[in-house]
Design a protein around this ligand. Structure first.
Ligand code: PLP
Length: 316
């Protein structure tokens, strides 16, 4: 058994390569990420940690209970795209690092609704997709350069072995990079005070906080209305969550609700949204529910139009 390393200290390159790619070691995934069974196929033993279906919570203690001395990597979502739960990532990071493992955080849904601070989250790897925050569809991975140096993805012989180019597929997608930068600049612009002062990071944080408050206000309004709808069940219940509400109706299919709303010019799709196992864990089988997601451009008027339409649907 190699010496345990200090918490949150990336292991040396060779060790990490052996652990991830050659030997049977353990990792942990939270339920929303089960759809991809890749780690199992690569020879890792994967343990799953379920959220509590009644509350939608994924407590750090549940993750801690699944850790063993052999755990090398824990993957967890920072926000569920099905029910909006924002698990306590910093607490999860603490238990993961105390066990000598690394934390991989799926921030795809989270980044659209919250200010991201990798240090505060304690993420060793953090991924997000700019299309979720008004940018183009491309993948973003953030990790310490030293940690990235220790990972060797399959690549074409002539392509660069430098970090981070090692992880690119070939010629860089310049138009996507320009689009992602423009999206960040646009959002940072919303956080600029009258003088426009502050670094881009400072303006981005101010903008994220303001947008989160705005979305939370709309969410509260929406939740008040949904609570008064006869026969509607809201499955988004975690204390900390994004404005992403999964709703089902007594004796009415969520897909029918979605079609009804579509006929009134309101987009609220129905399904499990790739979070199939989370949907099953909630007892919603593969059908999932009606997902109502709020974005910064939504208005109080739209929330009330949606509620009026859902009222019509439940009475129809
Ligand atoms: C939490 C979460 N993870 C991953 C994904 C997949 O992202 P992408 O389509 O960029 O691969 C999504 C997309 O909705 C998501 O919400």
């Amino acid at each position: 058994m190699p010496a345990r390393r200090l918490p949150h200290q990336p292991p040396p390159a060779v060790e990490l390569r052996r652990k991830y790619l050659r030997f049977r070691r353990e990792g942990t995934l939270s339920a929303p990420q089960r759809a991809g069974r890749g780690p199992g196929r690569a020879g890792a033993l994967v343990r799953w940690v379920d959220f509590e279906p009644e509350t939608g919570e994924l407590p750090a203690a549940a993750v801690a209970a699944a850790l063993t001395q052999r755990t090398r990597l824990v993957a967890v979502t920072a926000a569920s795209n099905l029910i909006g739960t924002r698990p306590p990532i910093a607490e999860i990071a603490a238990v993961v690092h105390a066990a000598g493992a690394l934390l991989y955080v799926d921030g795809v849904h989270f980044t659209a609704h919250a200010s991201v601070d990798l240090g505060a989250l304690g993420a060793d790897f953090f991924v997000c997709s700019p299309y979720k925050f008004l940018g183009p569809h491309c993948g973003v991975l953030a990790a310490a350069p030293g940690l990235l140096e220790s990972i060797h993805p399959d690549k074409l012989l002539p392509s660069s072995n430098q970090v981070p180019e090692r992880f690119e597929l070939g010629t860089l997608p310049y138009e996507l990079m320009a689009g992602a930068t423009a999206a960040v600049d646009f959002l940072a612009g919303r956080g600029a005070g009258p003088t426009g002062a502050g670094t881009r990071r400072e303006r981005l944080v101010a903008s994220s906080i303001a947008l989160e408050e705005y979305e939370d206000g709309l969410r509260a309004e929406l939740e008040r209305g949904l609570a008064a709808l006869p026969g509607a069940t809201v499955h988004s219940r975690a204390a900390d969550r994004t404005p992403t509400l999964l709703v089902t109706f007594a004796d009415r299919a969520a897909a029918d609700a979605s079609r009804f709303l579509g006929g009134r010019g309101i987009l609220a799709p129905a399904g499990s949204f790739y979070a199939l196992e989370a949907s099953r864990h909630l007892g919603l089988r593969d059908a999932g529910g009606l997902r109502i997601g709020l974005a910064p451009y939504n208005t109080a008027g739209e929330v009330s139009r949606l509620l009026d339409s859902l009222g019509e649907f439940t009475r129809a």
